[in-house]
Design a protein around this ligand. Structure first.
Ligand code: M6R
Length: 370
């Protein structure tokens, strides 16, 4: 790499640097937080009475941080037995939501300065909800104003497209689910232990995906000239698909939409052709066959399919034009791995199209005005 890239650690762009930093970022995020099969947060010391009084939890955020909340919700609900709503901050704050002392409102924000997320936080505080921030900037306004703050520890994120902040947001939300369940006494022991083991496997398994990044310039040839494409998946895979579509849009300026795989049949299938590549995420075992069924349908319409599946899968290659494999891991934690190929797709597509990868047009790193 040339001297001018030295400040990017030898990488051509900050986005690639930050994608590749994920193994170290994960280690930092996890550091000291798993002790003898239990989660410990230096920043949190909640009592059982506090956690028991929360009858509803909101996760409130924007953009990529919002997508992280969608992945965080199922584990929180399952481990705590409390309903969780995930809300877009810019909508939530104008909806006069029902918040009160029996609500925990969680605000997720890389920068900790996003105006809508901050506005929603202030509204929640006015309504006496307990507020917990998850941010990457410990001294940010959101971190300072919330009752509690959990730090991502991802290290500085410079590229406008968020990558390592997103994956560390997932990790912190998994840890938080287990922590709250421990305190409340509702922890499903065996499952939580499996998740904690999986979290510790993440740095090494992400590295395995990153070690194959040189394959992506070839892979993206199929999508780089598309005018429009679709990302599909079901449940957790769908939320990853949403993040993949956003990443591709903002870095490559290609129109991309994410659909719950089954939903694409309800109208959008009319515009699926050989000119609309489909990126399918099919990692969640409980819905794998169902997603495969839709992959077969879109392939039958001529759409070139690029699928993300777990290693060991032998079925998808029969229908998809290209298949990217990720290491096997506990299914609930798999979004952290499944999103990495989508980050690499967005990056290498943007490079192939000559886009301004780190500073896409019309965008800023932190949206501090509403
Ligand atoms: O700093 P925040 O996490 O609050 O930012 C929220 C969004 O603006 C941000 O995630 C945005 O969607 C990213 N550019 C996506 O890559």
């Amino acid at each position: 790499m040339s001297g001018s890239s030295d400040y990017r650690g030898g990488f051509a762009h900050f986005m690639l640097k930050e994608i590749c930093e994920q193994p170290q970022a994960f280690r930092k995020t996890l550091q000291g937080r798993i002790q003898q099969d239990r989660v410990k947060f230096e920043e949190l010391n909640l009592t059982r009475a506090q956690v028991e009084q929360w009858r509803k939890i909101y996760i409130i955020a924007c953009g990529t941080a919002y997508h992280s909340g969608l992945v965080g919700k199922p584990m929180l609900e399952e481990f705590l037995g409390v309903p969780v709503e995930v809300e877009i901050a810019s909508e939530f704050r104008y909806q006069n939501p029902l918040l009160g002392e029996k609500t925990l409102a969680i605000f997720v924000s890389q920068s900790g300065e996003t105006a809508d997320t901050l506005g929603a936080l202030r509204q929640a505080k006015n309504k006496r909800a307990a507020t917990l921030a998850i941010t990457n900037v410990a001294e940010s306004t959101i971190a300072r104003e919330a009752d509690y703050n959990l730090h991502l520890g991802a290290g500085p994120e410079i590229a406008v497209a968020s990558t390592k902040a997103y994956t560390t947001m997932l990790i912190v939300q998994y840890l938080l689910s287990i922590y709250l369940a421990q305190v409340k006494g509702t922890m499903p022991g065996e499952k939580a232990a499996r998740i904690l083991t999986a979290l510790q496997e993440l740095p090494e398994k992400v590295q395995q995906i990153l070690d194959r990044k040189e394959l992506y310039p070839e892979i993206v040839k199929e999508i780089k000239n598309a005018r429009s494409l679709f990302f599909i998946g079901r449940v957790l895979d769908y939320y990853i698909a949403m993040e993949g579509a956003l990443k591709l849009k903002e870095t490559s300026y290609i129109h991309a939409e994410a659909y719950g795989a089954g939903e694409i049949k309800h109208g959008t299938m009319a515009i699926v052709t050989d000119e609309t590549p489909v990126i399918a995420v099919a990692v969640q075992k409980s819905v794998y066959e169902k997603t495969l069924h839709i992959v077969r349908e879109v392939a039958a319409k001529g759409a070139p399919v690029l699928a993300v599946v777990e290693e060991g899968d032998t079925e998808m290659q029969k229908w998809a034009k290209q298949v990217v494999y990720i290491p096997q891991i506990e299914n609930m934690v798999s979004p952290v791995l499944a999103v990495i190929p989508l980050q690499l797709l967005a990056y290498y597509t943007a490079v192939a199209r000559g886009c301004n990868v780190d500073q896409p047009r019309n965008l800023t790193k932190a949206v501090t005005t509403d």
